[in-house]
Write a new protein. Structure first.
Length: 218
């Protein structure tokens, strides 16, 4: 396992933490957790506030390809792929790479980029509908924290099972009590979150041997 910031080239997202905290209540959280239209393309209070393809994942795709030495003919899976932007960009950056995605959001999958139609599966990260070691690489970015701890363990076991350990997972975390407080006022959908030591304990318990990094809101 190695800590590696594979999202380092993603542009910094401006977050109005105070506005989110003020607009957040049980109803907003419940709607966000449906991962439907409001989460993706509704007001910012409910999630992304309009998520459209703009190519920002292309340099990330390039870094992922280099990090894992991916080549044409290899198979890669993005667990929690949303609208499939990274799946599309992985194929743009490495022609012949066989890229797939899986997500629980029917709305995201039915609003995907045309290049990934037929490549995105509807399902849950804790029960992946694929054989053991069926991918050369598995990614899961900002998704596993949407489970309770026991189901997050199952999701990590599933990622390990289908990847054989050649994988990258990024999850919500914080390094200081101040960052934890900011995170808690921002968060809508995450059910389990912890300091890196807590996540590393969970990864070890799951038998996960892949790479990882943290999403930290500052
Ligand atoms: C913060 S978004 C991240 C999307 C994308 N990976 C990215 O980084 O832009 C969280 C994603 O997790 C998906 N998700 C939530 N629960 C899930 C589950 N049980 N199984 C698979 N995907 C899930 C959501 O639909 C959404 O696409």
């Amino acid at each position: 396992m190695a800590e590696v910031d594979l999202l380092r080239s993603l542009p910094h997202t401006e977050r109005d933490v105070q506005r989110r905290a003020e607009g957040k209540d049980e109803t907003v959280v419940a709607i966000a957790k449906q991962f439907g239209e409001m989460y993706w393309d509704g007001p910012r209070q409910y999630g992304y506030g309009g998520y459209r393809y703009d190519g920002r994942w292309r340099p990330v795709a390039r870094d992922i390809i280099a990090h894992f030495g991916l080549r044409p003919g290899m198979r890669i899976l993005d667990v929690g792929c949303g609208k499939g932007f990274l799946v599309k960009d992985l194929m743009l950056e490495c022609s012949g790479l066989d890229a797939f995605g899986l997500d629980i959001s029917l709305y995201a999958l039915t609003h995907c980029e045309k290049e990934v139609v037929g490549r995105l599966h509807l399902g849950s990260a804790d029960k992946l509908p694929f054989p053991d070691r069926s991918f050369d690489c598995v990614l899961s970015i900002n998704t596993v924290h949407n489970f309770s701890r026991p189901r997050a363990v199952q999701a990590m076991q599933e990622i390990q099972r289908v990847s054989g350990g050649r994988a990258f997972v990024q999850v919500d975390s914080y390094l200081t009590p101040e960052q934890k407080e900011i995170f808690e006022s921002w968060v809508l959908t995450a059910e389990f979150h912890d300091y890196p030591e807590g996540w590393l304990k969970l990864f070890r318990e799951s038998g996960y041997t892949g790479d990882y990094y943290w999403t930290i809101i500052e």
